[in-house]
Design a protein around this ligand. Sequence first.
Ligand SMILES: Cc1ncc(COP(=O)(O)O)c(C=O)c1O
Length: 350
Amino acid sequence: MKPVNELLRENIRSLEPYHSAREHHQGGGLVYLDANENPFGRKVNRYPDPHQRALKDMLAGWVGLAPEQVFPGNGSDEVIDLLIRTFVEPHTDNLVLPDPTYGMYEVAARVQGAEVRKVPLKEDFQPDVSAMISRVNDRTKLIFLCSPNNPTGNLVKQDHLEYLLRHFEGLVVVDEAYVEFTRTSGFLALLKQYPNLVLLRTFSKALGMAGIRLGYALAGESIVRILTRIKPPYNVNRLTQQMALRRGRKPERVQKLVNLIVRERARLSAFLNRCRFVEEVYPAQANFLLVRVKEPDKLVKYLKDRGIIIRNRSHLTRCERSVRITIGKPRENKRLMKLCRQFDQQYVHF
Ligand SMILES: Cc1ncc(COP(=O)(O)O)c(C=O)c1O
């Protein structure tokens, strides 16, 4: 890997970060006349901890890393954006992505004015890593992978990831937004071995807190330090930090809900496999199923007219005639199955 300092954009290397008032002074017992806050009110009149110390301690404890290796953001979408803004020089640098994958990597890259080099997934939905490396040039700063991948739902094989980590000089970012549904620790163990690996995780999926907007990167300390220099000072608000800490105290509840969703995933998958309008239910590791059906537009409309929204993914590479269905509550899944049964019966008479 190139030293992080070399990978950085020139203007970021020389940037003098903003120093916020709450950076040095926190906590009770002091009179705060330093941040132009309103002194009245109790809960949210003060800015939050810009270093998110308690949150980082908790997250680091979960994954067995140092707090200095954790970078929380306003959703992983913010972390994706910050990574791109830190390393990718507009109109000069590029990044390499598998296709299809989560759409925000490309959107954030294009906002930055970066060239996006997309490499189709192989037929088994694994990234075509040798083709990806062949698209790398000396202006390629980042490769993104997503495991389990959205929308295909499969895990990236470890040897494919390691191939990229060994053959690429820049950063390989692996988005593990759905890792908890795999009941594995994802690629956490590789962080020690590969300084160019960055993992992304989120509170939006298994932790059930998409509304509070909290995602985080796990990476080497030098990468976290740079992201910290350019982030907005109070990027994770006080309420979010508090709610995340509270949720963190109830890991057994999170585990129970993950187990339920995984069981429901198996039930829905088995059901769909018996439907005549279904051509293939792809193996799933996340909290959604990708399903190839005979007439996706008709199915999506049929369900929508009856109050259930699923996502048509047919326009994406390798997702011909496919829909993505998020696993809902048991009674929601039951309703979906009932409607699918009706659709299936109608379908044979079309
Ligand atoms: C792979 C992946 N990463 C990230 C996100 C967004 O995460 P966050 O809510 O933390 O911004 C999503 C949302 O669907 C996703 O599918």
